[in-house]
Design a protein around this ligand. Structure first.
Ligand code: ADP
Length: 498
């Protein structure tokens, strides 16, 4: 009988009121059951919200530097448990151990950054236009923050949301993706063990369309942060718009790497393999388009195909594995469907395009061969739509201007990359690529925790995670005027001689 897990509500681990559970299985081996997790209902969410309101009343009055000390301990515990969490995450989500270790490290970096922010959270003091009067602003906590997260970074993405939200004095309710509840459980254990007071964090497992929805529709959860698909983001955006909630959306991408004819091709090759096939292509920043200058197109395409065809598929827990499985069967079917679409639209499948055959180790997992589409033209569906799997669309262009046009002509705008040795080309790209992130001589992935992360166009709604900007998202700014003149001074009306 597999382990049965619980929600964390009102300061204790509790079974869901529904009495229902769902099974969570290893995507590299569907016979391996990780556990049974609560299929919670709206009443579980309502209890969590009531508890979080109590937690907020206390935590919002805890001085920010003290909140920072709790996050410091969270970071210390993540360091101590890094290997154990990484292994559990690989078993649950499939990506290779080096990547799940990196995922935990991102959480550690985010915790330590948040800890130091407890002694900053700067407001501003600015000159008043009137005499004997001070004018200033400061950050205030908002309330209960509802966090909805996807499967692909089971620890890092929740920490990007949770740690700044907590540091700013909010209570949080965490609804992890159905595919990665175990990592969510391990993260909440860390927070509790680090001494976060009761009621400040709640963990409610279950379906997004049930418990996520109950949270979003509840008026006492004024802040929502979501990372996931563009479709779900639209639904959440509509509800939050009606209810005037503060909402951060982080959604899809169709990220391109541009390789110019003067680039270091060996460097670009390492970059594209890591960008396109790392995390089995299941990153919102994955390199899913490769835009090649015509002078190096044929040569570089051959280099990519030769290496990509040799990438070693397998369970992520095997240290020799380079590419793990997809998260579930629907994800694998989606990649297969795009292979058919690519062929119908006139692209060629240069390598891959099938479920691996004849390898016993891969028979019980959601594996798919790294796939390269050649001869892709702008506007084809494989060029425009997010596949979220190990599939790379290769395009040929005549010059940098055309490369930039192709990069920009999609509805998403998360990440982009250019390989060149020419400083003028690099700066032209930095200025004209319509993305929230641009890498020069590095692939489209590799965000650092202390810099803003997010995209333009339909990737997001203008907010940034990470770095200093996220602290504005999780705070209200209050402006304060103190008039110590002892008389009524009217702004914009009373004036003074200089
Ligand atoms: P992905 O394809 O990356 O899993 P989804 O958008 O389906 O992206 O899911 C991301 C998160 O959103 C998950 O935690 C999921 O449970 C949640 N979710 C899905 N549908 C809804 C919804 N209608 N309301 C709130 N949350 C949802």
């Amino acid at each position: 009988m597999p382990d049965t897990f619980k929600n964390f509500v009102a300061g204790e681990w509790v079974a869901p009121a529904t009495g229902e559970y769902f099974e969570n299985r290893n995507p590299a081996d569907w016979n391996d059951v990780i556990g049974r997790f609560p299929r919670s209902g709206p009443s579980d969410m309502l209890r969590a919200i009531e508890s979080a309101k109590r937690g907020f009343a206390r935590w919002s009055k805890t001085p920010a530097p003290i909140r920072g000390q709790v996050l410091q301990r969270v970071g210390d515990l993540l360091v101590a448990r890094k290997e154990a969490i990484a292994r559990a995450m690989t078993r649950e989500m499939g990506k290779v151990l080096a990547e799940t270790r990196g995922d935990v490290q991102e959480g550690i970096d985010t915790a330590f950054y948040a800890a130091t922010e407890g002694r900053r959270l700067f407001g501003r003091t600015v000159p008043s236009e009137l005499r004997n009067k001070w004018a200033m602003s400061y950050h205030r906590p908002i309330g209960v923050a509802g966090l909805i997260t996807p499967f692909n970074f089971p620890l890092a993405i929740p920490t990007w949301k949770m740690f700044p939200a907590l540091l700013c004095g909010n209570a949080v309710i965490f609804k992890p993706a159905e595919d990665v509840p175990h990592t969510g459980h391990l993260l909440v254990e860390v927070l509790i063990d680090a001494g976060l007071p009761p009621d400040v964090v709640q963990l409610v497992h279950g379906q997004g369309s049930v418990v996520g929805r109950a949270m979003i529709e509840h008026p006492d959860v004024p802040v929502i942060s979501f990372t996931g698909s563009t479709e779900t983001g639209s639904i959440i955006g509509a509800t939050c718009g009606k209810l005037h909630k503060r909402l951060s959306l982080e959604m899809g991408g169709k990220n391109a790497m541009i390789v110019l004819d003067d680039a270091d091709l060996d460097l670009a090759l390492d970059g594209v393999l890591w960008g396109a096939f790392g995390t089995t292509g299941q990153r919102c920043t994955a390199t899913s388009r490769l835009i090649l200058h015509e002078k190096i197109h044929d040569r570089f395409l051959t280099m990519v195909c030769d290496r990509a065809a040799k990438l070693r598929l397998g369970p992520g827990l095997d240290e020799k594995t380079e590419v793990g499985p997809l998260i579930h069967e629907e994800a694998r079917q989606k990649v297969a469907a795009y292979v058919d679409i690519a062929k119908k639209e006139g692209a060629t499948v240069a390598i891959g395009g099938r479920i691996p055959q004849g390898d016993k180790r891969l028979e019980c997992g959601w594996f798919y061969e790294p796939t390269v589409f050649a001869g892709v033209k702008p506007g084809m569906r494989v060029e425009q739509e997010e596949i979220f799997g190990p599939a790379l669309a290769v395009l040929k262009v005549g010059d940098l201007a055309e490369a930039i046009r192709v990069n920009n002509d999609v509805r998403y705008g998360l990440s982009s990359s250019i390989y060149t040795r020419d400083v003028n080309s690099a700066f032209r790209a930095m200025e004209d690529l319509e993305n929230g992130i641009t890498y020069v001589n590095a692939p489209t992935i590799g965000a650092e925790a202390h810099l803003p992360f997010g995209g333009v166009k339909q990737t997001g709604n203008g907010h940034r995670e990470g770095g200093w900007e996220v602290y504005d998202f999780y705070s209200e700014t209050k402006t304060i005027y103190v008039d110590y003149s002892g008389t009524l001074q009217r702004a914009q009306i009373d004036t003074y001689e200089t």
